[in-house]
Design a protein around this ligand. Structure first.
Ligand code: NAD
Ligand code: UGA
Length: 458
């Protein structure tokens, strides 16, 4: 079959896989290929057990795989054949050398740029999908034009705003699609080609355009603003606990001001995920580089409050359980960084599990989707950790339960049954405030919500 366009995506991760699946699904007239250097991951994309758990993803992949969506490891071949190349490789925080612990590690991204430069035999549009420091497109352009082979490359910035767990809905009905380009004739032409792809399913007024640097910076700023809301509400939760105020009422009162809005104000044990912390640290590093120290400190405090919140949660557990956790059995309800994903990258559960292990507690981890990753995260330190899928079984013989992920499943459990199977006094630390605290207290639990008075029988 003759396709209108050949689209390639380099990087078959949480962004590359779902994003390309949606493009293939919405645009049967395009051939979409996703490549990765990780052959195991590609094999999983070609199997019944996809490497990414996302509600709705399986069905879409099954519909389009082999029709106009293909996964393989033939990167060079893919580059040669494609007119449009999305780059969706990982850009983690650098762990070595200059900027270690703050700057984005651009080695995967640069490797891709050089590979495109070496293999390309015809003009290409290169789309930055990964989250990158502002002005990275300039470096991409410089690498691509270094070969002097006369091939034209246009580099666009098209950051991804999907959130895990809701990726399919976010991709099908995005608040906006952002495309940044050079304001030159060929830059604008390339931009229009990308607009045309999204216009297959996204209303045109939601496709917004800008210059390249604004687009790159908007992505970092958007994540920083979102994370800042969580740190804001979490910081107020600490004050609530000291003053007997109730964080749910405060969040509601603040959020009903339409200028603030009520979404994304859920108090928690701290935010996790592969991006918030990494992108804020990247922003901090950029500001430091431009000697904007006050701006850097402002954003760094969002991460600092997040660390504080995670640590505070553990300290509250220790204090509540008579200042020692040695030999106590604690059940972690949830290990994923949020509900509806198996992803545990930077999950607050990792930090909390490690701290509880340091306190010589015994842990039982339960999660409907993330146990495989939890085992990897705690590998080497888990001699006193067991993993169980069934939350009822996991709680048996435990002194305490800590709710770390807001899975719906935990809201409707039979807590009378769980209480009966636990050691007394039994504790619940609700790190997501998703349970009915009064009811748990009536059952007999000592209940420690976040940002609300504890309900104890002592
Ligand atoms: P990921 O680690 O899940 O996937 C990246 C993939 O790229 C990996 O499979 C890796 O093997 C592959 N890769 C790396 N270098 C390669 C190379 N040179 N050639 C071929 N393949 C290569 O990462 P992700 O979560 O999909 O994130 C990708 C980017 O998107 C990051 O910049 C991230 O900040 C951004 N982002 C992520 C999300 C999210 O929800 N995860 C949302 C928006 C933006
Ligand atoms: C986030 C952004 O929401 C996406 O727009 C962005 O594309 C993505 O980062 C990215 O760049 O990777 P994601 O991390 O997948 O998406 O999930 P979120 O829903 O933002 O949750 C992040 C963390 O914040 C989770 O640990 C979640 O539990 C926590 N959270 C979220 C709260 O503690 N309170 C809230 O009110 C909302």
């Amino acid at each position: 079959m003759n396709f209108e366009k050949n689209i390639l995506c380099i990087g078959a991760g949480y962004v590359g896989g779902p994003t390309m699946a949606i493009i293939a699904y919405k645009c049967p007239q395009y051939r979409v290929t996703v490549v990765d250097m990780n052959s195991e991951r590609i094999a999983e994309w070609n199997s019944d057990d996809l490497p990414v758990y996302e509600p709705g993803l399986d069905k879409i992949v099954k519909t389009v795989r082999g029709r106009n969506l293909f996964f393989n490891t033939e990167i060079e071949q893919g580059i040669k054949e494609a007119e449009i190349i999305f780059v969706s490789v990982n850009t983690p925080t650098k762990t070595f050398g200059a900027g270690a612990g703050l700057a984005a590690d651009l080695q995967y991204w640069e490797k891709t740029a050089r590979q495109i430069c070496q293999c390309a035999q015809s003009p290409k549009i290169i789309v930055e999908k990964s989250t990158l420091p502002v002005r990275t497109a300039l470096a991409m352009e410089r690498i691509l034009t270094s070969n002097d082979n006369g091939i034209r490359f246009d580099v666009l910035s098209n950051p991804e705003f999907l959130a895990e767990g809701t990726a399919i809905n976010d991709l099908e009905n995005p608040d906006r699609v952002l495309i940044g380009s050079r304001q030159t004739e060929s830059g604008l032409k390339a931009r229009d080609e990308l607009v045309e792809i999204y216009a297959n399913w996204v209303p045109i007024e939601r496709i917004i355009t800008s210059d390249t640097w604004s687009s790159e910076l908007s992505k970092l700023a958007a994540n920083a603003f979102l994370a800042q809301r969580i740190s804001s509400i979490n910081s107020i939760s600490a004050l609530c606990e000291k003053t007997d105020a109730n964080i749910t009422d405060v969040a509601n009162a603040v959020g009903t001001d339409s200028r603030v809005g009520n979404r994304f104000l859920n108090v928690s044990v701290g935010f996790g995920g592969s991006c918030f912390e990494k992108d804020i640290l990247n922003l901090v590093y950029l500001c430091q580089n431009y000697a904007l120290h006050e701006v850097a400190d402002y954003w760094a405090s969002v991460v600092k409050i997040n660390e504080y919140q995670k640590n505070r949660f553990v300290l509250n557990m220790i204090t509540a359980m008579f200042n020692t956790l040695v030999g106590k059995k604690i059940c972690l309800f949830g290990f994923a960084f949020k509900a509806n994903t198996g992803d545990t990258r930077e999950s607050p559960a990792i930090f909390i599990a490690k701290r509880l292990i340091e306190e010589k507690a015994e842990l039982v981890v339960t999660d409907p989707k993330a146990l495989k990753n939890a085992r990897i995260d705690l590998n080497g330190i888990d001699s006193n950790v067991s993993y169980m899928e069934d939350p009822y079984e996991a709680a048996v013989g435990c002194h305490a339960i800590a709710i770390l992920t807001e899975w719906d499943l935990y809201r409707n459990l039979e807590f009378e049954k769980i209480y009966r199977s636990m050691i007394k006094p039994a504790f619940i630390f609700d790190g997501r405030n998703i349970l009915d605290h009064k009811k748990l207290f009536q059952i007999g639990f000592n209940v420690f919500p976040i940002g609300k008075p504890a309900l104890t029988h002592f």
